[in-house]
Write a new protein. Structure first.
Lengths: 189, 130
């Protein structure tokens, strides 16, 4: 990357309020390291402890989603060891709302399931989200769900801590890419 | 039975179950990637303790979790459920649920737990700033 381009990259991040950005392989160690660093960054930001908790919570839900659901992909045409890839950014619009965004590959067979979980959340009021959260919390059938590891509460937790509906988009990669899809999520806190 | 002490880690809370004094506490943050492997053993040791608890026993529980992730949520609630079932059969079990003064969600979570577990003396308490 040319130095001028790096400068532009840095300016763009700053103009858009980016506090933290990571792209690459996700592992438990990476998530722990980002978490520590993010906590320190948030501690130096002037905001309430509740907002800090909610931003951190949303980061953890998104990062652990990548760890749990992203398919393992070998980079460099299969030369490197397969890993779970994703990108994640945390930022703040001026002195106001925080945002947490992520993008990661998902398996094609999970796409319809993701739509089914995410689309209804966008239509719900905060009270409806809280009710759905309570119901899911008391739902003992979860053991039958072979895919979800967040006790079915992951997206509801994000929605509950957000001040606006969770935005999402699913982009389909080319056929040549082995029929992969990318999930993008954006939470505003 | 032997007390259970697990020091806090980055992703898991400090567990201090002083069974000998009937004082149980959990403090910190809980977001392990595999919540079941952390809470499973805690659950078994609490179960052992509660089974031997006399009906006139008195237990004090103090829970101050600043943050927990979605996969820890049901497991934390399950611990409260175990205490509640035990309290139904006689022992007096009080639970203090600490939350940050401005964290409405943590207060609501505590209030919901209180609502659901009527055999416990359940209090939501504002935590002192760290």
């Amino acid at each position: 990357m040319k130095l001028e381009l790096f400068n532009t990259f840095r300016d763009t991040a700053q103009e858009n309020g980016v506090i933290f950005y990571y792209t690459g392989a996700f592992s438990q160690n990476v998530v722990a390291a980002i978490g520590d660093s993010l906590k320190q960054r948030l501690d130096s930001v002037n905001t309430s402890s509740a907002a800090r908790r909610k931003v951190f919570s949303t980061f953890v839900e998104m990062a652990q989603n990548i760890l749990h659901y992203a398919p393992e992909i070998a980079e460099n045409d299969g030369a490197g060891a397969p890993a779970k890839y994703g990108a994640l950014a945390v930022g703040r619009n001026g002195d106001e709302k925080f945002f947490v965004v992520c993008g990661n590959p998902v398996r094609m067979e999970d796409v319809s399931r993701l739509h089914e979980k995410l689309e209804p959340l966008r239509q719900m009021s905060i009270d409806e989200i809280k009710t759905a959260y309570r119901e899911q919390l008391r739902n003992e059938d979860h053991a039958n769900d072979a895919v979800s590891k967040g006790a079915g509460l992951g997206f509801l937790t994000m929605a509950r801590d957000a001040t606006e509906p969770i935005e999402y988009s699913i982009a389909f990669a080319s056929e040549a890419d082995g029929g992969r899809a990318d999930l993008y999520l954006r939470a505003t806190i | 039975m032997e007390d259970l002490h697990i020091p806090a880690s980055n992703e898991t809370p400090e567990i201090r179950f002083e069974f000998s004094r009937h004082c149980l506490s959990m403090h910190g943050e809980s977001y392990p990637e595999n919540a079941m492997s952390f809470y499973g053993p805690i659950r078994s040791s609490l179960q052992n303790y509660l089974e031997k608890l006399p009906t006139d026993g008195k237990v004090e529980v103090n829970i101050g979790l600043r943050y927990f992730n979605s996969s820890s949520t049901k497991l934390i609630r399950a611990l409260i459920g175990m205490l509640d079932r035990s309290a139904e059969s006689g022992p007096s079990i009080s639970v203090d649920w600490l939350h940050d003064a401005d964290d409405d969600m943590m207060l609501e979570f505590g209030s919901d737990l209180k609502e659901e577990h009527r055999s416990l003396k359940f209090n939501t308490v504002v935590a002192e700033p760290a």
